[in-house]
Design a protein around this ligand. Structure first.
Ligand SMILES: Nc1nc2c(ncn2[C@@H]2O[C@H](COP(=O)(O)OP(=O)(O)O)[C@@H](O)[C@H]2O)c(=O)[nH]1
Ligand SMILES: [Mg+2]
Length: 253
């Protein structure tokens, strides 16, 4: 069975390092694991991709050919990459890994909100798929950023209609109290509302608390899985969650 894991999150949240660290962990565990780099704009990656969208699409050539800037050429590169799906799928079939880790574009909107991302989520070869959504633990120290990130995660869930596993990264950079607070936000909206009340003006509190309660409905117990991709902290819990969801997904196909 090929289980596909799309790493998704805001720019800098740690998708590429997570891809590298998961690869390392799964390999050590004796699994057959391959990496697909789906970021046409990646300059350097902390892993050796087995399959690379950059072998099919060259962002710099697109810039020259169409007179585009860096953003325009990245958008075009993602759109054009769907033309290569059959060759990419042939590569996956040949490798036939237990896990295919997919590193998505640095700017999340390229994968999350362009048609090409959805196309890959649907048509990439695999028996079961999930999105691993990364909350940047440092960015999410502020409750407003925590809510904004949850809005992104939930809109992605809504668009892709494949299971999402939500994790909090960079826990090695958080002190224990901060980490506990952030994790509580993901399971108890009343804690999130209380933290927000300390940050925002009176007239915004009503709106913020309604938003927090609405988002509460998004989380399944036990909330976010805290991890560090740098130190591989809590990876056994993470991999168990991924494997459980992938196997559940396969049963429903
Ligand atoms: N300390 C620490 N740094 C991390 C962690 N995950 C990612 N980073 C760092 O955060 C930066 C952005 O990570 P990257 O994987 O390139 O993010 P991407 O844009 O989402 O692919 C890099 O400098 C990483 O080394 C983590 O768990 N702990
Ligand atoms: Mg990256």
């Amino acid at each position: 069975m090929v289980g596909v894991v799309f790493n998704v999150g805001m720019a800098g949240s740690g998708k590429s390092l997570m891809t590298a660290s998961l690869w390392e962990w799964l390999r050590r565990d004796g699994q057959r694991v391959s990496i697909l780099n789906l970021d046409p704009g990646a300059v350097r990656t902390p892993y050796e991709p087995d399959i690379d969208v950059r072998s099919y699409i060259n962002v710099n050539e697109l810039m020259d050919q169409y007179g585009l800037g860096p953003n325009g050429s990245l958008v075009l590169a993602m759109d054009l990459s769907v033309d290569h799906i059959e060759k990419i799928n042939d590569e996956i079939r040949t490798l036939n890994p237990d896990y295919l880790l997919v590193d998505t574009s640095g700017q999340m909107e390229l994968f999350a909100y362009r048609a090409s991302g959805q196309f890959f989520a649907e048509h990439l070869y695999g028996d079961s798929k999930l999105v691993l959504f990364l909350y940047d633990g440092v960015f999410c120290k502020d409750p407003r950023n925590f809510i904004s990130t949850t809005l992104l995660a939930s809109s992605l869930h809504f668009r892709f209609m494949i299971p999402v596993v939500n994790i909090m990264t960079k826990t090695d950079l958080l002190d224990e109290e901060v980490l506990k607070r952030e994790l509580r936000w993901s399971t108890k909206s009343s804690h999130l509302v209380r933290s927000l009340e300390r940050k925002i003006q009176d007239e915004e509190i009503f709106f913020a608390s309604r938003l927090a309660k609405l988002l509460r409905a998004y989380f399944d117990e036990p909330g976010l899985i805290p991890v560090s991709a740098l130190e591989l902290t809590n990876f056994s819990t993470l991999v168990a969650a991924i494997t459980r969801v992938l196997h559940r997904g396969e049963e429903t196909i």
